[in-house]
Design a protein around this ligand. Structure first.
Ligand code: KIV
Ligand code: ZN
Length: 508
């Protein structure tokens, strides 16, 4: 096994390919900074040639990140590779990741190229990428369904042209741990030069085996794992970072100390940030970062836990960043203490005006909620960080409903600086409010997803609502936080509508 495992995070590239998970440049930048805090080694920031928006996001991340290598994906052609290099120009440490399919199925049906043409194209692409950097990764897409001998030939050529990392993707989540390990051994034994490069693995979760396949590959000597936060990604997703990292940490007896650099206490905050930005809710039973990951329901388990927590807990909630610590600030706390707490929570660079606004929301919250936790505070900060042009601002609302199922709502908005109000009826209060907003803000969007969560336990918990709107081909997420779930819903709906006013990306 390797002495230290390279953690390559592709949340911002493969993760963003999850259905409905589009992120703005600002959101991607915030996630990249959080990944840097988590101390991942490589951040795949996007696919620079795929759109102007992606290019700008990769560029912004490359310019901002200092401690992790920043990478862009590129198809195996000169245009994609030059775009990636251009976007990465400002990076302290950069990598170009180029790929081309090598399975018979992909070559024939998708690329419509012969194996010989693919072989030649890979050589040209890696050679071209090396003109910009000496850190080049090559991925033979659909490797796990490729002919192993052809794969060895292509990899040998990629290495000879200067690839420094060779990644073996299980693109469609088809392989099994034993089969994947067998393939890695075969490639090791039959590819000249492979001992000079880092061997990487990249798994998808179509059969629920991504983490198992990745860990088996680590035991077989893989030096890099490609993962995403919350396991988001194409179709059923990618291998989840938090599962792999915590499996390696918890089972040092099996794997050794391979990820000493990862700040595991940042796992839950990172998971939440990604969930909020993408609108993809983390299932409560998700390992490590799900709300129930450390909840003990059965009496026998609770009894065991009280006697000795190791009976049913293999890692501590604190070690992965579950923090229930209470905010010692109260209603009468001053701004200085409030600002200091924001800094402790990672929000040191907010403007004075923003801190003033947040302080007011915090004081309002203390009127409604007995105990304000760090989680509550993070929620109001994050809600305000949604990168929206505030064209539609909520200034008042009222709603009531009765046992006949009919609800009436009134809403007042500031639309482009002008106060407007209207009423509507609907099937429940939230529906009536959304209908009233639709009268003031004609967007022609459909509500595609609606999700309510409690941020902290207790009757006075703040509610968090996540909505996803589909407007034509585009999807917009919005999140609202309030002690009143109806108000949280309205805030979320408006946040998503405000996002529709940000101009659509132009694909190049
Ligand atoms: O799954 C895959 O094959 C990929 C490659 C582009 C690495 O994401
Ligand atoms: Zn992938």
């Amino acid at each position: 096994m390797a002495d230290k495992l390279i953690i390559f995070d592709t949340t911002l590239r493969d993760g963003e390919q999850s259905p409905g998970a589009s992120m703005t440049r600002e959101e991607k930048l915030r996630i990249a900074k959080q990944l840097e805090k988590l101390r991942v080694d490589v951040i795949e920031a996007g696919f620079a040639a795929s759109s102007n928006g992606d290019f700008e996001a990769v560029r912004a991340i490359a310019d901002a990140i200092k401690d992790s290598t920043v990478c862009s994906l590129a198809r195996a052609n000169d245009r994609d590779i030059s775009r990636a290099a251009e976007a990465l120009k400002g990076a302290k440490s950069m990598r170009i990741h180029t790929f081309m399919a090598t399975s018979a199925l992909h070559m024939e049906k998708k690329l419509r190229m012969t194996p010989e043409q693919v072989y030649e194209q890979v050589k040209l692409a890696v050679r071209f990428a090396r003109k910009f950097t000496d850190n080049v990764e090559f991925s033979p897409e659909d490797a796990s369904r490729s002919d192993p001998d052809f794969l060895c030939r292509v990899l040998e050529a990629a290495i000879a042209e200067g690839a420094t990392t060779i990644n073996i993707p299980d693109t469609v989540g088809y392989t099994t741990p034993e089969e994947y390990v067998r393939l890695l051994h075969y490639l090791r034994e039959h590819t000249p030069g492979i001992e000079r490069v880092v061997l990487s693995v990249h798994c998808h979760d179509d059969l629920g085996m991504a983490t198992a396949n990745t860990l088996a590959a680590v035991q077989a000597g893989a030096g890099q794992v490609e993962v995403t936060i919350n396991g988001i990604g194409e179709r059923a997703g990618n291998t989840s970072l938090e599962e792999v990292v915590m499996a390696l940490r918890t089972r040092r007896d099996v794997f050794g100390d391979l990820v000493p650099h990862i700040v595991t206490e940042q796992l839950v905050p990172t998971s939440r940030l990604v969930s909020r930005a993408t609108g993809i809710v983390v299932p409560p039973n998700k390992a490590v970062v799900g709300a129930n990951a450390f909840a003990h329901e059965a009496g026998i388990h609770q009894d065991g836990m009280l006697k000795h927590r190791d009976t049913y807990e293999i890692m501590t909630p604190q070690s992965v960043g579950w923090d229930a610590s209470r905010l010692v600030l109260g209603k009468h706390s001053g701004r200085a203490g409030f600002r200091a707490r924001l800094a402790e929570l990672g929000y040191a660079d907010l403007s004075r005006e923003r801190v003033d606004e947040l302080y007011q929301r915090f004081i309002d919250l203390t009127d409604r909620k007995k105990v304000v936790t760090n989680a509550d505070l993070v929620a109001i900060v994050e809600e305000g960080l949604q990168p929206v042009a505030d064209r539609y601002v909520l200034t008042g609302w009222r709603a009531h409903s009765g046992s006949d199922g009919r609800a009436e709502a009134w809403v007042k908005l500031n639309v482009d600086g002008v106060e407007r109000e209207t009423s509507a009826t609907g099937n429940g209060q939230i529906d009536a409010l959304f209908r009233a907003i639709d009268k003031l803000v004609p967007g022609g969007c459909e509500l595609e997803a609606f999700h309510i969560d409690a941020i902290t336990p207790g009757q006075d918990a703040q509610g968090s609502v996540q909505v996803r709107l589909k407007c034509g081909e585009q999807v917009y997420n919005g999140r609202g936080v309030a002690t009143d779930i109806v108000e949280a819903s309205v805030r979320a709906y408006l946040a998503a509508l405000n996002r529709t006013t940000i101009s659509a990306e132009v694909t190049v």
